[in-house]
Design a protein around this ligand. Structure first.
Ligand code: PEP
Ligand code: CO
Length: 451
């Protein structure tokens, strides 16, 4: 494959976004340093390959057609400091375990996709943050500024764009090693649970792992060839928020002349940047990647139909994923009309649920949290709505970590407000921990079986 930088790709209209309002962009004080960082980024090797991006589009087309299920998960905000081998391995292991639960329960291929290797930029509800009388720029993710609350750290620094690239590259390198180098071999289904705490959901996982082992041994005795089990496909995704990162990472593929955002396989537009006439929708309408759009509870049917017109005018299978994030109390009310309108229009996007972002609460002791029961209820509502409409509930999008944190309330470990004080690590939204993630996978797997 031959890739050229899309610097003079005027025909692709890639730079049209500069004429449009772009929400949620940082203010960079040093514009010369910003330009230098963008030029440098545009010369770096792509993080993923256009052929892999095309393969993912085909996989997502299967999910949209009801023949596969998407599992998308990872941090709310990745950080440079936490891009360690141990944390990345735990997250990949957790995703592999969830995928096994889903595959086995639903007897259906599961597409594994991390919110990983690029999730370094965050939209914020306010530009600034004030603490004890001092007002500084809000933290916008490690690709922009630091979390520490002082002026130097909070000043947007373009060198961080390059550090986001480097950290994404090393994260992806590890993910590829874990998933292609034997670690993800289905015959290691027991190993993935090693090191995680003993609790009822892990025990449930172990008994499923035993069944899988028995099935594999039986097949081996029958002479089956297990090369297929040795490795697994794993894709990476993030919110395409920062034009100063995404644009330099976009390249023209010489095979097809198409533009690909090669910072990740799949990129999505967030709830705060999905304006129909805004820069994000325009820019992503011009790249060939499969893309997602978050849909919150204020989304109208005409918004959804216009998004389809702009982002998927050719109704290409696998191109467009709608990620609904309504909140448990609203999904049964708000989602049906959107699903029906899309169905009537003849479009067949992939529908997945993000049961996290509509369910935020602040606890009495001041933590940003989510109740695990609300998360589960939104997933249940998602299945109910699609079952009633006759459409396919094609995946879940969750914020999770493989670590033993306490950020979401409840689950089989009964995490309460006090526990948050002991094991809360996220710099942004609260994530499901390892056992809550597995529990969610079991619920989804049961819902898929009932479907
Ligand atoms: C997120 O996915 O972390 C996020 C900010 O979501 P949303 O755009 O749905 O609010
Ligand atoms: Co989040």
């Amino acid at each position: 494959m031959n890739l050229v930088n899309a610097t003079d790709a005027t025909t692709a209209g890639l730079d049209n976004y500069v004429n449009l309002p772009a929400a949620q962009q940082p203010t960079w004080p040093d514009l010369a340093a910003l330009d230098a960082a963008k030029v440098e980024l545009s010369k770096r090797a792509p993080l993923v390959f256009a052929g892999e991006v095309d393969l993912l589009r085909n996989r997502l087309a299967d999910a949209a057609a009801g023949k596969a299920f998407l599992l998308q998960g990872g941090d709310c905000a990745e950080t440079f400091a936490d891009a360690t081998a141990e944390k990345i391995r735990n997250r990949v292991k957790t995703m592999l375990q969830m995928a096994v639960v889903l595959t086995y329960g639903a007897s259906m291929p599961v597409i594994k996709m991390g919110r990983m290797a690029g999730q370094f930029a965050k939209p914020r509800s306010s530009n600034d943050e004030t603490r004890e009388g001092l007002t500084l720029p809000a933290y916008r993710g490690d690709a922009v500024n630091g979390y520490d609350f002082n002026l130097e750290s909070r000043t947007a620094n373009p060198q961080r764009l390059l550090q986001a690239y480097e950290t994404s590259a090393s994260t992806l390198n590890l993910i590829r090693a874990f998933t292609k180098g034997g670690f993800a071999d289905l015959r290691s289904v027991h190993e993935w649970n090693r090191g995680f705490a003993n609790n009822p959901v892990n025990a449930k996982y172990l008994s499923l792992a035993k069944e899988i082992d028995r099935a594999i041994k039986f097949m081996a005795a029958c002479g089956a060839d297990f090369e297929e089990l040795r490795t697994t496909e794993f894709f990476v995704s993030h919110e395409a928020l920062l034009f100063d990162y995404e644009r330099p990472m976009t390249r023209i593929d010489s095979r097809t002349g198409g533009a690909y955002d090669l910072s990740g396989h799949f990129v999505w537009i967030g709830e705060r940047t999905r304006q129909l006439d805004g820069a994000h929708v325009d820019f992503l309408s011009r790249v060939r990647n499969p893309i997602g759009v978050k849909l919150g509870p204020t989304t109208s049917t005409s918004d959804v139909l216009s998004l389809i017109e702009k982002l998927d005018p050719n109704r290409e299978p696998g191109r467009l994923t709608f990620i609904s994030r309504m909140g448990a109390s609203k999904i049964r009310e708000e989602l049906p009309k959107l699903v029906e309108a899309v169905k009537d229009s003849g479009a067949t996007p992939l529908w997945i649920t993000d049961p996290m972002h509509g369910n935020g609460i602040t606890t009495k002791n001041g933590y940003k949290s989510r109740r695990f029961d609300d998360v589960m209820d939104e997933v249940a509502g998602f299945f109910e709505v699609h079952r009633a409409a006759g459409t396919f509930p094609g995946g879940v999008h969750v914020e999770l970590t493989g670590d033993d944190v306490a950020e979401c309330l409840g689950g089989s470990e009964l995490i309460d407000e006090g526990t948050l004080e002991e094991r809360y690590e996220s710099l942004c939204d609260p994530r499901l921990n390892h056992s809550q993630s597995l529990e969610l996978a079991f619920l989804v797997s049961e819902s898929l079986t009932k479907r």
